[in-house]
Design a protein around this ligand. Structure first.
Ligand code: PLP
Length: 391
């Protein structure tokens, strides 16, 4: 009989989304007329920018001609997109187009990067965080080598480098779920740590488009030496509304681990990926410049304004809320003596607002609720009014 991968049984973290759906279902059964404001799942809410749709349409149409037809594309992505990324996102930090690898999502890349490393490595992962880094390591039987780095109120939700040795460190900045980003000084400390320990930083920077603070670099490569120790993951999902289209990229500089990692990732991509659809890559290219960039920046600005309004509404009611400045998430402290699940229930039944209990993102998420600003301004107005019920 075929034997199963028993490591899957070690995935202990409760999978919150089915529980949330169940709670929402029973709430709607009880109150069929109640309109729920969904500030839970962090999926984009605004329609796709028209420049992106036009670029995708044109590229698809191009493929109906003999000269424009494209079959399998390069597994690392088309050069036009890799060049556009370097020009728009990494203009002066020394990253070159051949250090960019296009993929169908940061989720895929961040969950497979561990394949390049020995299972003997000591791994550190921020907690609470986007669940994929930990779960992918557990599924691969590496759970026993993982140490969690607490992101707490005391360290402003951004851990400093530890005193002991780790080989691989997963960081998520700007952070999901905390909505807080690492500033330059902290990133410098992490780069110095990685250089000293000969470690690799695996940095999920899916929310770079949301950075507004002047002391928060948009990329780790703004820090000298980072190109020797850091791999950065970026996505078009939240910067350009691509959650349903799927396009992202990994930046893997040739100097990381003295050039040993780069050919391995290249090999891995060419073995395991046949690339991302040509029209989608044209759509991503359109998001980066000209009218497409104007449209996507306006969408990001809308979500940022949503975050500011929600934060102001909560703060004016005496609640303590973190994040929301460099990321589209608010990290709301639940009242003392209440668990994050209890407060989730309270918010749903009292205000008809759907949030995510912080516990679902890791043990150190207990005591917090995550609100997503990925909604429409109209829904924020409804939420602002609904929050009065908490008084
Ligand atoms: N990384 C973080 C931190 C996220 O919050 C998300 C989505 O919510 C992703 C990655 C997923 O990115 P993608 O859609 O490119 O797979």
């Amino acid at each position: 009989m075929a034997k199963l991968n028993t490591h899957y049984r070690q995935l202990k973290r409760e999978y919150i989304f089915p529980i949330i759906e169940e709670k929402l279902f029973s709430f709607k059964e009880k109150f069929p007329l109640a309109a729920v404001v969904n500030l839970g799942i962090g999926d984009v809410a605004l329609p796709l920018a028209s420049s992106i749709a036009t670029a995708i349409e044109n590229a698809t149409r191009e493929m109906t001609t003999v000269t424009g037809m494209r079959g399998y594309g390069p597994s690392e992505g088309y050069l036009f997109l890799r060049e556009a990324i370097v020009n728009q996102e990494y203009p002066s930090v020394g990253i070159t187009p051949d250090e960019i690898f296009i993929s169908d999502g940061t989720n895929s890349d961040a969950s497979s990067i561990h394949e390049l490393f020995s299972s003997a490595n000591r791994v550190a992962i921020v907690d609470p965080t986007y669940p994929v880094y930990l779960d992918a390591n557990i599924m691969a039987g590496r759970g026993g080598r993982v140490t969690l780095l607490p992101c707490t109120k005391e360290n402003q939700f951004c851990p400093t480098p530890p005193s002991d040795h780790f080989d691989l460190i997963y960081l998520c900045t700007p952070g999901n779920p905390t909505g807080v980003a690492m500033n330059r000084s902290l990133l410098e400390q992490w780069v110095a740590y990685a250089l000293k320990e000969k470690a690799v930083l695996l940095i999920d920077n899916a929310y770079s488009a949301y950075v507004t603070s002047s002391d928060v670099p948009k990329t780790v490569y703004a820090i000298p030496g980072a190109d020797e120790v850091a791999v950065e993951f970026r996505s078009f999902s939240k910067s350009a509304g691509f959650t349903g289209l799927r396009c992202a990229y990994t930046v893997l500089p040739k100097k990381v681990l003295k050039g040993k990692l780069y050919p391995m990732w290249k090999k891995r991509q060419s073995t395991k990926s046949n690339g991302v659809a040509y029209p989608i890559q044209r759509g991503a290219e359109a998001a980066l410049s000209g009218h497409g960039a104007t449209e996507t920046r306006a969408q990001v600005a809308t979500y940022q304004a949503n975050a500011r309004r929600l934060k102001a509404a909560l703060s004016s009611r005496g609640f303590t809320v973190h994040g929301g400045i460099d990321a589209p998430y608010l990290w709301w402290e639940v009242p003392e003596g209440t668990s994050s699940w209890e407060f989730f229930d309270h918010l749903l039944t009292t205000c008809h607002i759907l949030a995510i209990p912080g516990r679902g993102f890791g043990a150190h998420g207990e005591g917090f609720i995550r609100l997503s600003a990925f909604t429409t301004p109209e829904q924020v107005t409804t939420a602002e009014a609904a929050l009065c019920a908490l008084e």
